[in-house]
Design a protein around this ligand. Structure first.
Ligand code: SF4
Length: 351
């Protein structure tokens, strides 16, 4: 069991973020914010998929106006994504943002940051200070990669000091890089330096097929070490994929209970007695209609299968031309190969 690092709690509207609360899954809308109907449809798809907090880009004044309409129509706690403009930050806060993501690295004047802090404090919203490797002030192309983590942490310290000086502590921190190792190192450093909740993510990770493994390595390593209170997987394409990948990462670490079945399938080898992949695909289709947190195993032989599937609620282990059905590790039936799927379905209905 993972012991999460103790943090303060940040409150983004109705969504608490911190070690005393479940991990918060985030994503972003990827349609024009001014296309309010489309944006709301995407937000609804995200929340149905299990996204706890949705962030919306507000690069222009029409976007912050649209944001206000989206907040009113959805009634959800939403996050506004701010870059470069203190005006957009203040408009978004006044429009009802529950939290803003601020990249102080691209808001140059400390006075502008102070105005945003004071407005956020008045409206009792949360702020994520998001330092990105690409926007570090002192970062030149020739800065040695080993120094970049130190610069990110140094930059974060300066901003945290500025916020604390103005009495603002409803904070979430993030340090992001597109590099897996630097993401891990930088987050470990801020986890050591500050007691605020941490938003973890690997930025610009790529298309879903390319992004899944690096995101799982970076975020999984941090989470396994107790670091991370809210997670966003950044992939190009449908944001629902971001939520699904985040759920899989969290589920693999026992940090998320989906309420859906888990399918265990043996990798197959030279002992395999049936077409395991075909049967597993058929079982996966059947499981889509089941909404219970059961574990189902499809194993290719009776040599290792029963032992490996002992923790499953229902398992099938294949032999030549037949399969053995198991329930909670106990053999309950022998079934001809062509009837295995049907028999398994019967067991699933009964479980
Ligand atoms: S369960 Fe049997 S067939 Fe499947 S990988 Fe293990 S030994 Fe091979």
């Amino acid at each position: 069991m993972i012991e999460r690092r103790k943090t303060a709690t940040a409150l983004a509207g109705t969504v608490p973020i911190g070690s005393g609360h479940p991990l918060v899954i985030q994503s972003m809308t990827k349609v024009m914010t001014t296309d309010v109907d489309r944006c709301i449809r995407q937000i609804r798809r995200l929340t149905r998929a299990g996204c706890d907090l949705v962030r919306i880009a507000v690069p222009t004044q029409p976007d912050t106006k649209a944001f206000a309409g989206i907040v009113n129509r959805t009634g959800l706690s939403l996050v506004a994504d701010i870059h470069f403009s203190p005006e957009r930050a203040i408009e978004a806060i006044e429009a009802g943002a529950a939290k803003i993501r601020l990249n102080p690295g691209n808001i140059k004047e400390p006075g502008d940051i102070e105005r945003i802090i004071d407005c956020a404090k008045m409206h009792r919203i949360a702020i994520r200070i998001g330092v990105n490797e690409a926007s570090i002030r002192d970062l030149k192309a020739d800065v040695d990669q080993d120094r970049r983590v130190g610069l990110m942490v140094q930059e974060m310290s300066g901003y945290v000091g500025l916020f604390e000086k103005r009495g603002f502590t409803n904070l979430v921190l993030s340090v992001k890089s597109a590099d897996t190792l630097r993401t891990i190192e930088a987050n470990r450093a801020i986890a050591k330096a500050f007691g605020y909740p941490i938003h973890i993510g690997l930025t610009h990770a790529g298309l879903p097929d390319d992004a899944t493994v690096p995101s799982a390595v970076a975020l999984g390593t941090l989470l396994a070490g107790g670091i991370g209170d809210t997670i966003r997987v950044s992939v190009a394409g449908d944001p629902v994929r971001e939520v699904q990948i985040a759920q899989q990462i969290l589920q693999s670490l026992g940090l998320y209970e989906s309420g859906s079945p888990t399918l265990i399938v043996c990798p197959t080898c030279g002992r395999c007695q049936i077409d395991v992949v075909k049967l597993a695909r058929q079982v996966r289709r059947v499981l889509k209609g089941i909404h219970k947190p059961i574990r189902v195993a499809v194993m290719g032989c009776v040599v290792n299968g029963p032992g490996e599937a002992a923790d499953a609620d229902v398992a099938v282990c294949a032999a030549k031309g037949k399969g053995f059905l198991y329930r909670h590790g106990k053999k309950i039936a022998v079934v001809p190969e062509e009837q295995l799927l049907q028999a398994l379905q019967g067991e699933l209905r009964a479980s």
